[in-house]
Design a protein around this ligand. Structure first.
Ligand code: AMP
Ligand code: ZN
Length: 489
């Protein structure tokens, strides 16, 4: 009773402090107010990559959008337990390991490392946990056992199948009904399953495949049950948000619901979030169609901030066409923000006091939050940031000297919104502007040293040379003049 009251009080406080975030829930097919199960910690699960190759920029769209949702929840003051699984048992992994004549573990280790390199470059915040299927065999087998005991699953010669017709809610996420699905499917020759809709929870080992021991003999788990078992272990039987790309609604997420709810007799997930496809020539970008660019390829051409802005400027549930023009436009658009970022960094270093212009920061925070609260209208949120930059630039241009506190406040706004939520700005990034500044300063010192030598002030000219050397800048005199090299000799 006290616990309940405590919970209700916390909800009321939280809701009065935070405006309500509204999200489109694939399960209810409605935009709903987001009410966390436990306001002290939001439990968020995202289906991660199958680690048999580099991920492509289509996958990156889903990963970045999930990252933005997570960061916005944190902006609103929530703690978020964010779990992304790594699928490291799969047919595609086995195929790759056979092709490359390496064991599956070596293949997945390489691509897991590559995955972390790429998400770091994309400024995607590390998840709280990255559970791997191979490290959760006990939980996976336990869940399958429970489903067999409860007669939701059956054994067919060492393969365990989920009996879809036993689960009355099947189809509730995707909106498909069993009769229609049945009409569109057929049993493959030699398949042991009773019904074409049934799906594998456990696959009997074939020769040369990696396997684990189980009560049904040697084998490996199906993909769907991995996510059910790992999300339950790390986030509980019912948790707040489950996300992934649109392609996962059916069958993957539909099957996750069937497994988890049959095993636990509880609602599995409150809010289901799905991200639109990144297309290429109006067709889904995918490994199997071969129409993809890896994220690491695209990152060689465009900055992480531009890629994130390209995603953020689109409606997250709708399709988005991969476009060099839009990516270049994002890069160009960012120059406006980055020029201001450089100016802010410079002014904060200078630390000058002066007139503090009247500026309604709150109205910009409010507009940013209103956009994000309205089912993650990230493109509107980006527009608010551009309006803000324009207004700040206008003020700077019209004032003689502006107080450093103003720049601090401008920095705080951009850090909280553009950097920490959208990830389209990086205040600590070493940029071309910094390189140019370093170059200009060294050239200035070279000129002063030349003048000192001409004035026979050898003490000063030697001091400049030696002090620069200590800093790792080596001066080289020649007939043409003095040049410099960065390095110890
Ligand atoms: P996979 O490694 O294929 O399991 O995919 C990892 C994540 O990327 C899943 O959430 C997919 O739904 C998502 N995904 C795959 N292709 C695309 C695409 N073209 N656009 C957006 N998301 C995608
Ligand atoms: Zn999954």
């Amino acid at each position: 009773m006290t616990e309940n009251l405590n919970y209700i009080c916390k909800q009321i406080i939280k809701q009065s402090v935070n405006k309500m975030l509204k999200l489109y829930n694939t399960l209810t097919k409605k935009v709903e107010e987001f009410i966390p199960i436990d306001p002290n910690e939001i439990k968020f699960y995202v289906c991660g990559p199958t680690v048999y190759d580099y991920f492509h920029i289509g996958n990156a769209r889903s990963f970045v959008m999930a990252d933005i949702v997570r960061r916005y929840l944190e902006y609103k003051g929530y703690n978020v337990k964010f779990v992304m699984n790594l699928t490291d048992v799969d047919d595609k992994i086995i195929k790759k390991s056979n092709e490359e004549r390496r064991n599956a573990n070596d293949v997945t280790t390489d691509y897991i490392n590559a995955f972390f390199e790429d998400i770091t470059k994309l400024k995607i915040k590390k998840a709280t946990l990255y559970p791997k299927a191979t490290e959760h065999m006990k939980e996976i087998i336990d869940m399958i056992k429970l489903l067999v005991d409860k007669k939701f699953a059956y054994n067919a010669d060492g393969n365990i199948f989920y009996d879809v017709k036993k689960f009355s809610g099947y189809g509730k996420l995707s909106g498909k009904n069993i009769e229609e699905l049945e009409a569109g499917s057929r049993i493959e020759v030699n398949e042991e399953k009773k019904d074409p809709l049934d799906f594998a929870l456990w696959k009997k080992a074939k020769d040369g495949e990696p396997y684990w021991e189980s009560p049904w003999g040697k084998g490996r788990p199906g993909w769907h049950v991995e996510c059910s078992a790992m999300s339950c272990k790390h986030l509980g039987k019912t948790f707040d948000i489950h996300a992934g790309g649109n392609d996962l609604i059916f069958p993957h997420h539909e099957n996750e619901i069937a497994q988890s709810e049959a095993a636990n007799d509880k609602q599995f997930v409150k809010y289901w979030l799905h991200f639109g496809f990144l297309n290429i020539n109006e067709e889904k970008m995918s490994k199997s169609l071969g129409n993809f660019f890896t994220a690491r390829e695209v990152l060689k051409k465009y900055s992480a901030e531009a890629i994130r802005m390209f995603f953020a400027q689109a409606y997250y549930r709708g399709p988005l066409n991969f476009s060099d023009d839009l990516l270049s436009a994002a890069e160009k658009g960012l120059e406006k923000i980055n020029n201001l970022v450089d100016k802010i960094n410079l002014e904060i270093r200078k630390n000058i006091s002066g007139a503090k212009p009247g500026f309604d920061f709150d109205s910009y925070y409010k507009r940013f939050e209103e956009a994000m609260d309205e089912d993650l209208n990230t493109s509107q949120a980006v527009a608010v940031i551009f309006d803000f930059v324009k207004e700040v630039n206008r003020i700077i241009a019209s004032s003689e000297s502006v107080d450093v506190n103003f720049y601090d406040d401008v920095k705080t706004f951009l850090t909280k919104t553009a950097e920490n939520v959208l990830g389209i700005v990086d205040f600590n990034k070493k940029n071309a502007g910094d390189d140019k500044l370093v170059n200009d300063l060294i050239e200035l010192l070279i000129t002063l040293r030349t003048e000192a030598k001409q004035n026979k002030n050898y003490l000063l000219s030697d001091t400049i040379r030696n002090r620069l050397k200590e800093l790792g800048v080596v001066l080289q005199d020649s007939k043409e003049g003095t040049s410099y090299k960065i390095g110890k000799n």
